[in-house]
Design a protein around this ligand. Structure first.
Ligand SMILES: Cc1cc2nc3c(=O)[nH]c(=O)nc-3n(C[C@H](O)[C@H](O)[C@H](O)COP(=O)(O)O)c2cc1C
Length: 481
């Protein structure tokens, strides 16, 4: 067992040795001051990790901010390649070979065990997240157990403090944890739930990646780092939890499945979320490590390099359908998982139209309802360079024929143009769109003169610029010498 593959603390020690961790010694209020300090990092050329050692009213509890604010740091902590295609290939392989977790008898997460009467809000600090938030919440990795099959789902859902010592867990019906709850409701039985704070980055990544229903997400976390996640039996429920978690909150969502009241909070698209009514959970135990470290996410304030498995899962879905015809797939930076760019390779006249089947298949990847827009491009376009994608759309797409508006379908409430409907209890739906920016096959071969089609790009011989410049110019313009 390698401690760096299990324990967030070991990862943070390494990050500190590499000079990327700042210890904040002055007292800070977790409710709004810590999120504001994290937001203040946004314009730095490289975002460091902040370890807040003096959290107001919570002596001995530490807060960690912005760990996921830097892509290189996150990928290094997992031992993943930095180059996007190599990273996706690595994750594709891990997705195909999840590593079952390993049960251990003793675990750091049991250093402190508290049973009712409990006061979570006084034991572990919550946050408000943004100035407009009214409620106090946590970002937790939520483990739920399917009441019939026993399958364990892991997802990241927010958890809000509620009156009478309860919490509400934001398990949406279209999320896999929410599907477990639906089954429990139909059977009239409690849903067992474990909420974890401060787990290894691999567990955060697997929990936030949108994977098929029934997939072994804990197994993916193990496969990402090449070692099974060590798990230990929970105290009061029949479930296992990550042995190195900083904090574990155990409990049940019980009949008659009463609802809480929470929101708004900051969301990843930069808007505030809705006021909603998620199910209430009774807490049966809280266990935590000595001087626990509680990571804080501030969605929409700084980059959050989470859900790194999403692109690989999209590719996996598309390739299982169309094989080598699909070369690559990526989500855009601005709209994130709401807009996917897919690169295909037409090599045969019968490939014409197939790009649209691929685009439609994309809407069914993983577990997400968020994908609203798909742009398809040819093999010569760099899908991670939006300038090139824009150029392809402007020069290869006849908007009257190659833009396809699909019917309105379920979207994600965080996209306000769909989420606004939740207010009036209308379905959270929006039109879905496909932009086909691939050159139509018939035009691809239409020549304007021998060997030159309408889409032949101008080309030039390769030269070495340096050989044409004086030493001074070389130094200035090529930064050489
Ligand atoms: C910081 C952060 C907070 C999140 N909060 C929620 C949330 O409150 N509710 C929710 O349904 N999804 C939330 N998500 C998204 C889910 O974690 C993600 O969709 C995940 O794939 C869900 O797991 P599942 O597919 O097993 O349901 C959050 C993601 C991140 C990164």
């Amino acid at each position: 067992m390698s401690i760096e593959k299990q324990d967030l603390r070991a990862v943070l020690r390494k990050v500190e040795q590499e000079g990327e961790l700042i210890r904040v010694k002055r007292e800070v209020d977790p409710l709004i001051e810590i999120p504001a300090v994290v937001k203040a990092l946004a314009d730095l050329p490289k975002i460091p990790v902040l370890l807040f050692e003096n959290v107001k009213k919570f002596p001995g509890v530490r807060a960690c901010g912005a760990f996921f604010g830097d892509r290189t740091r996150v990928l290094r902590s997992l031992g993943l390649p930095l180059e996007p295609t190599a990273m996706n290939n690595y994750i594709l392989e891990a997705l195909g070979k999840p590593l079952a977790p390993k049960l251990v008898k003793q675990a750091p997460c049991k250093e402190n065990i508290r049973k009712p009467p409990l006061n979570l809000g006084k034991t572990i600090f919550p946050t408000k997240g943004a100035s407009q938030s009214k409620h106090l919440y946590y970002h937790t990795v939520v483990f739920t157990k399917h009441p019939k099959t026993g399958h364990i789902n892991m997802g990241m859902y927010r958890v809000t403090l509620q009156p009478r010592g309860q919490v509400s867990v934001n398990l949406r019906v279209t999320q896999h944890g929410g599907m477990h709850l639906q089954v429990a409701k139909e059977m009239g039985v409690p849903l067992q739930v474990a909420l974890c704070l401060g787990v290894h980055p691999a567990v955060y990544e697997a929990a936030t990646s949108e994977l098929p229903y029934g997939y072994d997400e804990v197994g993916l976390a193990g496969a990402l780092v090449g070692e099974p996640v060590e798990m230990v039996k929970a105290e009061t429920i029949d479930m296992q939890v990550p042995a190195y978690a900083e904090v574990v909150i155990e409990g049940e969502i019980r009949p008659p499945y009463k609802l809480g009241n929470e929101g708004p909070w900051p969301e990843y698209l930069g808007y505030l979320g809705m006021n909603i009514n998620p199910p209430l959970m009774d807490i049966t135990a809280i266990t935590f490590r000595n001087q626990p470290i509680v990571p804080l996410f501030v969605p929409g304030a700084i980059p959050n390099v989470v859900s790194i498995g999403n692109e690989a899962q999209l590719l996996r879905t598309l390739r299982s359908f169309a094989g080598e015809f699909v070369l690559d797939a990526a989500f855009t930076h601005g709209a994130r998982r709401h807009h996917a760019i897919i690169k295909v390779r037409k090599t045969h006249p019968h490939h014409e139209g197939y790009q649209l089947n691929v685009a439609m298949a994309a809407f069914a990847h993983g577990s997400s309802t968020a994908l609203d827009q798909v742009t398809i491009v040819d093999e010569d376009i760099d899908i991670r360079n939006y300038r090139e994608v824009d150029w392809a759309v402007s020069t290869r797409c006849n908007f009257a024929k190659q833009v396809h508006i699909l019917p309105e379908a379920r979207s994600h409430q965080n996209n306000p143009i769909a989420g606004v409907r939740e207010l009036s209890e209308e379905p959270i739906i929006t039109g879905k769109m496909i932009i086909d920016a691939t050159i139509p096959w018939a035009y691809r071969v239409a020549e304007k003169s021998p060997g030159i089609t309408f889409f032949t790009r101008s080309s030039w011989p390769e030269v070495e610029l340096g050989t044409y410049l004086e030493a001074n110019d070389k130094k200035r313009w090529l930064r050489e010498g």
